[in-house]
Design a protein around this ligand. Structure first.
Ligand SMILES: [Zn+2]
Ligand SMILES: [Zn+2]
Length: 132
């Protein structure tokens, strides 16, 4: 990790699980898929994806694997701060200490999007971004 890079810090609600992401994310997006809806308890998931080697994690976490994604959450307060997939880590925008640091540029699983939710101007994918 290069010391001059910007550090984006964050963590869970109770504070025992924290992370420090160095530099800028590979991409920032939204997902409306059923798994993201269910695990978040929210209508959609907003996240920033970093290379795993950009992020340092401190604290304990539990895991739940769904497909290729390992969703990680705090065993104390149940916040789902991040997910692991391959060589990438996906961090929920709400887990960062500073709001409005990142702006999504795309959204996945658009047919699942709530009808009242306006997300104009984002690149839209019918399913996962990688499914084309
Ligand atoms: Zn916690
Ligand atoms: Zn999803």
């Amino acid at each position: 990790m290069k010391p001059e890079q910007t550090i984006h810090a964050g963590g869970c609600a109770c504070g025992q699980l924290t992370f420090r992401a160095s530099g800028e994310p590979r991409r920032v997006g939204l997902c409306h898929c059923m798994t993201c809806r269910k695990v978040s308890g929210s209508a959609f998931n907003a996240f920033a994806v970093f290379s795993a080697d950009q992020v340092e994690i401190d604290g304990r976490f539990e895991r739940w694997s769904a497909g290729q994604t390992v969703r990680c959450f705090c065993p104390v307060c149940a916040s789902r701060a991040f997910s692991l997939e391959g060589d990438e880590i996906e961090i929920g925008l709400g887990a960062f200490d500073e709001p409005s640091t990142f702006r999504p540029t795309y959204e996945a699983w658009v047919p699942r999007r709530e009808h009242w939710l306006a997300t104009g101007g984002l690149t839209a994918y019918q399913k996962n971004r990688s499914d084309g």
